[in-house]
Design a protein. Structure first.
Length: 317
């Protein structure tokens, strides 16, 4: 059951980013009984995709359990991190998450996961240099943790440090259980630099690694790189649509729609992401380079207003 609790990724609709083994150590054994159902509650939340109302009710239950865990004496730094995780990616409340993470680091300055999550909170606020410092600290504390390496790449991408993003996401591929995140980061980083040929090469590597499309089809290889890359985005979209709901989310669909230049479909997918509270990218819309073409669109601006309301806790859980 504890192991299942560690895989509670479906709380936020992401198949990779929030998996971490530290939950098993969130509370000392002597304290687990002080918060009945702590692990069981989180495990139940991770049991599978459900309608938004059920997921919201269970998220509130998880918050209640975690708030009780953070009030124990002596306090648990990891419980603060787990509660910050929910605040950050479920309710998008950056202010509350940052307070929890700073408290966790007061209790344990060497907690890599706290530095890692704080990097995303800072990035969401546009404080990119601080975010880069935080994720570098996380990596120095846990240099072989794949999620930290991958997240370092994404933090660099969001800071528009594309060459470094490509390198770090590439480094994560050898360790990753979900290599598509490292691959798509490389495709986006190369595309952002205007390197269409490089983006197509990274796309072919993803197709071979993950197993979709036809990366070695002679007809495709005869196409100009820009057209071949469009073929990749179509294949990627078809592949995502074929996945179990556990393994895909609206924001991933939005990424592929943006690759195809279908901004209307991308906006619809992003609006859906906010409705069902799925996709870590929601937190970063204000600074995400991929969505630069949408910044003047009224629908996108409404999403940014909604995001700003959640980031200071005004909309609650």
């Amino acid at each position: 059951m504890v192991r299942l609790a560690q895989e509670r990724v479906l709380l936020i609709g992401d198949s990779h980013r929030e998996v971490h083994a530290a939950l098993a150590h969130a509370l000392p054994g002597s304290q687990i009984t002080a918060v009945p159902n702590y692990f069981d509650g989180l495990a139940e939340l991770a049991a599978g995709p459900r309608e938004a109302a059920v997921r919201s009710a269970r998220a509130r239950w998880a918050v209640e359990l975690l708030e009780r865990a953070t009030s124990l004496d002596p306090p648990s730094p990891q419980a603060h991190v787990d509660l910050a995780l929910l605040r950050l990616y479920w309710s998008l409340d950056v202010a509350a998450a940052d307070r929890l993470l700073r408290r966790a680091l007061e209790l344990n300055p060497s907690l890599a996961r706290a530095h890692q999550l704080r990097a995303f909170a800072l990035s969401a606020l546009g404080r990119h240099q601080e975010a880069l410092t935080a994720v570098a600290r996380a990596r120095s504390l846990d240099p072989l943790y794949e999620a930290v390496i991958s997240d370092s790449g994404w933090i660099h991408y969001l800071a528009r440090r594309y060459e470094e993003a490509e390198i770090r996401c590439g480094e994560s591929l050898a360790l990753s259980r979900e290599p598509r995140w490292g691959h798509i980061c490389r495709v986006l980083a190369r595309s952002a630099q205007g390197d269409v040929v490089g983006a197509w090469h990274a796309a072919r590597e993803e197709m071979r690694s993950v197993g979709f499309g036809e990366p070695d089809d002679p007809e495709v290889l005869s196409l100009a790189p820009a057209e071949a890359l469009r073929r990749y985005w179509r294949w990627r979209l078809e592949w995502l649509e074929s996945l179990h709901p556990w393994r895909k989310g609206p924001t991933e669909l939005a990424t592929s729609y943006m690759g195809l230049g279908d901004t209307e479909a991308a906006l619809s997918a992003l609006e859906r992401a906010f409705e069902v509270r799925r996709g870590w990218e929601r937190l970063h819309l204000a600074y995400h380079p991929l969505y630069d073409p949408l910044r003047e669109d009224p629908r996108f601006q409404r999403l940014l207003v909604r995001l700003a309301e959640t980031q200071n806790g005004s909309m609650g859980l």
